[in-house]
Design a protein around this ligand. Structure first.
Ligand code: PEP
Ligand code: MG
Length: 324
């Protein structure tokens, strides 16, 4: 069976009725490059840039960052690599920069932190843009967006950084810039945000946490943390419909993309790009190649009738058992 999965490497993730799904990988480590390529990742949908920061003893310099980013971009070129700007705070702490807060998940996280520390952000942007200069497959991804003005400010900073680099005789192209949708306010304001971005990626881990008010890491409420909560399905439907209306490319990069039951519904919802850890790619590719997109849509319609995730999981479990 393992051999069978390995032989999938060069086959497309395509449903029986010909719907193509792009499978990208989530990473943050250079060590992931080999498994990523070996499992047939079609690029990187989420490069968690906080991971190299966590492995350092102090903030890495622009040149240190440049070196790491260049290697990642190069390893996947010409396939796309979405590098997310620093997303610390919440559960992600740097050993050399302690943030103490009562409610870290509602605090100084992601884009909020970097917009308050613009020199860190500019250093990181310069390193990413320079690393991309001769490669050209970089896409920038903004974490934890919850307000329209965060996007506006971020775009200004990117423009200024591009000008600064050009004035230093280091002209670089403006890469596509996308936002994570992982906070309910971003979902509600999506029609106002979409004109400002080139693509959207759903962070289903945080979106579930914030939508349901359930800490993603608290064992006491672990049973309530389910990506297939009916509220999540309604939220995902809305995101898909806003992105389709504006023609904005959409992907999903949370753990949900590696959950076979969830993937049945994601295909039914119309998601055509998923990003997941490399070792889960063969399994999810096998699943996509075993289903019809029309039956995924039917399953979604049935799942949307249920009021709790247990019934939804039962329905999907039966379908997975039928598929083998
Ligand atoms: C998410 O929130 O779903 C996500 C992909 O980002 P992270 O897990 O790094 O917060
Ligand atoms: Mg997140």
């Amino acid at each position: 069976f393992i051999d069978q999965l390995a032989s999938l490497r060069d086959l497309p993730a395509e449903t029986l009725d010909g719907v193509r799904v792009q499978l990208l990988t989530n990473t943050g480590l250079l060590a992931d490059v080999t498994p990523g390529r070996k499992n047939g990742a079609e690029g990187v949908g989420l490069y968690r840039s906080e991971i190299p920061f966590m492995l350092h003893e102090s903030f890495p310099t622009e040149d240190e960052q440049y070196e790491v980013y260049r290697q990642v971009l190069d390893a996947y070129a010409p396939l796309p690599v979405s590098m997310r700007t620093l997303d610390i705070g919440g559960d992600k702490q740097l050993p050399y920069f302690e943030i103490r807060e009562e409610n870290p998940f509602l605090g100084w996280r992601g884009i909020r932190f970097t917009l308050d520390n613009t020199s860190l952000l500019v250093t990181q942007l310069r390193a990413m843009l320079r690393a991309n200069a001769e490669i050209g497959n970089l896409r920038l991804l903004i974490p934890m967006v919850s307000r329209v003005d965060e996007l506006q400010t971020f775009m200004h900073i990117v423009e200024d950084t591009l000008e600064e680099l050009a004035s230093e005789d280091c002209p670089v192209a403006r890469p596509p810039i996308g936002m994570m949708v992982e906070v309910p306010s971003a979902l509600l304001l999506l029609p106002r945000m979409l004109p400002l971005v080139d693509f959207v990626s759903i962070g289903s881990n945080d979106l579930t946490q914030y939508l349901l008010a359930v800490d993603r890491n608290n064992p006491k409420v672990a049973a309530l943390f389910d990506n297939l909560n009916p509220a999540m399905l309604v939220a995902l439907e809305q995101i898909v419909s806003h992105c389709e209306a504006s023609g904005t490319p959409l992907s999903l990069c949370g753990e949900m993309a590696a959950d076979p039951a969830a993937v049945l519904l994601l295909v039914g919802l119309g998601l055509r790009t998923l990003s997941l850890s490399a070792h889960s790619i063969p399994k999810i590719k096998w699943l996509i190649r075993s289903i019809e997109s029309s039956s995924a849509r039917n399953l979604l319609q049935r799942a949307l009738q249920f009021n709790n995730e247990a019934e939804i999981r039962e329905l999907l479990g039966a379908e997975l058992r039928r598929l083998g």
